[in-house]
Design a protein around this ligand. Structure first.
Ligand SMILES: Nc1ncnc2c1ncn2[C@@H]1O[C@H](COP(=O)(O)OP(=O)(O)O)[C@@H](O)[C@H]1O
Ligand SMILES: Cc1cn([C@H]2C[C@H](O)[C@@H](COP(=O)(O)O)O2)c(=O)[nH]c1=O
Length: 216
């Protein structure tokens, strides 16, 4: 039975790597997939992993009908055995409905990958719809870690190392950016709530206020 599967997690937990592995294993068995992505850090029409692998993909901009694209591909004699979608959080809610239709009407597996929540801990529209519609939700096995050693469950946006909670929902970026840039850091909920990034924790640890008092 074909399925719509949503593989989700924080940033940097290996989603794109898994997408590329699924693609590799199926291609090795003679299957042919169609890969969609949206706003990958590597540029338009790319699916990239931090492990250095990258492949071409169809850029699923807001105007693209994903169901229509697959139907067209099949009607002009192309082969599509399964569909992979990376950065699925960026898709519109209606585009996720199109993915469900690919599964139900075209009987193809669809593997979608994305982060569930944004830097304010709110669901992205694409992720919300995937949670509503997916046959199966999978949490990535490789746990990203907060600076404190706990499992990272939330994505923080940083500017100059400081966590921010205002701004546009979508700002393409990466973890481990230089301090001046807008970047991201994965945190446990406790430290996300306290707005404590690795930089602010380091600064607090070095603050004279918390240094041990020496006898004079
Ligand atoms: N130099 C490295 N050596 C080993 N593993 C790495 C290295 N760099 C990144 N990774 C692994 O890649 C993961 C990020 O993979 P990626 O697919 O880009 O994540 P996502 O798509 O979830 O943001 C990290 O959590 C880590 O496990
Ligand atoms: C939290 C958050 C993230 N983003 C962007 C930043 C990256 O470009 C992607 C996530 O990519 P990854 O492969 O999972 O690391 O999403 C954003 O636009 N808004 C956010 O709140």
């Amino acid at each position: 039975m074909p399925e719509l599967v949503f593989f989700s997690g924080t940033m940097d937990c290996g989603k794109s790597t898994l997408a590329l592995q699924i693609e590799h294993n199926r291609t090795a068995r003679g299957l042919q997939g169609l890969i969609f992505t949206r706003d990958d850090r590597a540029g338009e029409g790319k699916l990239s992993s931090r492990l250095g692998l990258v492949t071409d993909a169809v850029e699923a901009g807001p105007g693209l009908d994903l169901y229509g694209y697959v139907v067209e591909e099949l009607s002009r004699g192309g082969r599509v055995d399964y569909v992979i979608v990376d950065e699925a959080q960026f898709l519109l809610s209606g585009q996720i409905d199109q993915l469900a239709r690919i599964v139900d009407d075209l009987e193809l597996d669809v593997f979608a990958f994305g982060i569930t929540t944004d830097f304010r801990t709110r669901l992205f529209p694409g992720s919300q719809r995937l949670i509503e519609l997916a046959d199966r939700l999978e949490t990535l096995q490789v746990e990203a870690m907060c600076w404190c050693g706990a499992r990272a469950t939330h994505n923080a946006r940083t500017v100059g190392g400081e966590m921010v909670v205002e701004g546009e929902q979508v700002v393409v970026g990466d973890v481990a950016q230089s301090a001046a840039e807008v970047g991201y850091e994965v945190l446990c909920r406790r430290h996300h709530r306290r707005r404590m990034t690795s930089a602010t924790a380091r600064a607090a640890a070095l603050s004279p206020d918390v240094l041990p008092v020496t006898a004079t």
